[in-house]
Design a protein around this ligand. Structure first.
Ligand SMILES: [Zn+2]
Ligand SMILES: [Zn+2]
Length: 136
């Protein structure tokens, strides 16, 4: 193993993960589920091939946030870490802000704009989708 990889983890250090290839996409989600799960108005995500992602230290807690959806977070400090959908086992979404180098993969577009909270200003000029991206 070389040092090619993108490391991240939770606030307390109890859970650590490694991404071994560049993400497929980087986006910000404004949906209600992400808002509630993270306690934040929107959540930035990286979509990674399942084979390129692994937890390398600690065990996150799993939470079924809606049918088919499993989110993970640290049971010690609560940091939101991943999102998986049963219908898409080949990829996992990882919270961009849990990366050690958070600036590595800036968002490329916004999804679920129809759920966006009124006071959050999105003026970065990136593409916006009312619901999921065109892939959905
Ligand atoms: Zn933690
Ligand atoms: Zn969302």
């Amino acid at each position: 193993m070389g040092d090619a990889g993108y490391d991240g983890g939770c606030f307390c250090g109890g859970v650590r993960y490694r991404i071994t290839a560049a993400p497929q996409s980087s986006f910000v989600c404004h949906c209600v589920s992400c808002r509630r799960a993270a306690g934040a108005q929107s959540v930035a995500w990286l979509t990674v091939s399942s084979g390129d992602f692994s937890f390398v230290f600690g065990e996150p807690v799993e939470y079924r946030s809606s049918p088919g959806v499993t989110r993970t977070f640290c049971g010690g400090c609560g940091t939101s870490l991943t999102y998986r959908h049963d219908e898409d086992p080949d990829s996992v979404d990882v919270t961009t802000a849990s990366l050690d180098r958070t600036d590595e993969f800036p968002p490329e577009y916004h999804v679920w704009m129809e759920d966006k909270v009124g006071w959050e200003s999105v003026e970065d000029g990136l593409p916006r989708f009312q619901r999921g991206s065109s892939a959905d």
